[in-house]
Design a protein around this ligand. Structure first.
Ligand code: SF4
Length: 90
């Protein structure tokens, strides 16, 4: 498999899904069900790790990638950088 590219998208479990499912308006309220549905698709995806790495490496801010929401990816990035939650980079 190539590294750094997007050839893995050919194996994406979301290829035949409505793309809007992966871009919920909110994680709360009605959007919570949409998030759960999108995550269920990701859970079955053979390229979930590549997708998550791509989203983290490219700073994708919106949408569900690799089974994570934007908030979860932000938290992951903060933890990796050693910054406590709720703080901003200077
Ligand atoms: S992990 Fe989710 S968003 Fe990423 S390619 Fe797979 S199904 Fe699509």
């Amino acid at each position: 498999m190539e590294r750094g590219g997007t050839g893995w998208l050919d194996q994406a479990a979301c290829r035949d899904e409505d793309p809007e499912l992966f871009f919920p308006v909110s994680e709360m309220g009605p959007g919570a069900r949409q998030v759960a549905q999108a995550k269920a698709v990701c859970a079955q995806c053979p390229v979930q790790q590549q997708c998550l790495s791509y989203a983290l490496e490219n700073g994708l801010q919106y949408g569900i990638f690799g089974g994570t929401t934007e908030r979860e990816r932000r938290n992951q990035t903060r933890r990796a950088s050693g910054r406590p939650q709720g703080t901003q980079a200077a």
